[in-house]
Ligand binder design. Sequence first.
Ligand SMILES: *Cc1c(COP(=O)(O)O)cnc(C)c1O
Length: 431
Amino acid sequence: MNYASTRNPATCVGLSHALAQGLADDGGLYVPCTLPAFNARDFDADDSLADVAHRLLQPFFADDPLAAHLSEICTTALDFPAPLVPLTPAHTGMLELFHGPTAAFKDFGARFLAACMQQVGATDGLERTILVATSGDTGAAVADAFHGKPKLRVVVLYPDGRVSPRQAHQLGCFGDNILTLRVDGNFDDCQRLVKQALADAGLRSRLCLSSANSISLGRLLPQMSYYAHASIRHWRTRGGELNFVIPTGNLGNALAAILARRCGLPIGDIALASNANRVLPDYFSGSAYQPMASLATLANAMDVGAPSNFERLRWLYPDEQALRGEFIAEAVEDAGIREVIAHGEARYGRVFCPHTACAVRVLERIRERGDSRDWAVVATAHPAKFEQVVEPLVGHAVEVPAALATLLARPSQAEPIGADFEPFRERLRLI
Ligand SMILES: *Cc1c(COP(=O)(O)O)cnc(C)c1O
């Protein structure tokens, strides 16, 4: 399979190249030149997540040197569960994506990307530096996935004071081949710094720069596998398509669901749940696409004013009217997030993280409109990562998953840096 840039369909590169490069030369995002067609019957009911990923991703890896390692990459990277559990009321499920080492769904993509990059490095012998801007969860997942991997270095940038204390601790607890920078700015500043560094030809070639943001194909592709896995199980047991409500920021997770649906998996409607950053809900309700500065909310991993995968969505749906008619997209203010978390145990017997709460709220509205179909809320993080928000609302401590507790027990350290490009470039020169 070849990959083209969203800005130039004539670009044509192989998967390893697209993975290592991150962004296309023209600033566009890499997209597959064709999409494979699957049928739910192509998969067995008892296939594991790694089995489903292997079968689903084979066409995307075809003709690339990485194809020979795909099975091993899936088995090592996707080695923790993504269960679809029942949630009240009837016909509602929750796809739990927080059972990885850093307790958020970013672990799937980060671990898969790291396994791929390790193989790419083993083939070409190059030493690479991976840049990652994070609004909270990506950085920790990428740092954990790349920590200790030979010939790979990671530089994490996060907005100082805008991530939860536990997220901050996680981000700085790795050391070794991981450099953590706390930026005096917001997430959009962090993303801009990464883009500027990637566009700097000198830095790019000297450090063999690459990015691990949600624009990375190495993260996007494996995220399709849990939607495939859950929808196949659902189709086998209940028949019919499963609809999903997805907490959305940069559109990476939702885009994976959209791609999986395009590949023929039994996925029905997809609803995008945003926080108070309304750029997508406004667009889908008919306004022009209007990127804006991000607002700080309780669901901080979704504090995005310019969703980086929007360009891929436009590529998939060149007709704007068709695109707008295709998805539900709704915003949930902080008050709504608080309310869902506060009534979560009484109504659902669950404690939700603030991001998952946005999706629960959007599903509540869908149900109020009389929709009784099968829906799954996508749970993107474990509530213990956001204890400062969650615990006062539920009135008790939230138990910390074992993997997260291990990270929190390590010492943690991050270097402060301004939001201008020059000091960042200087710091990169020193590594
Ligand atoms: C990253 C993240 C999101 C948003 O995902 P996108 O792929 O950026 O849309 C939602 N919830 C949590 C917990 C996250 O870490």
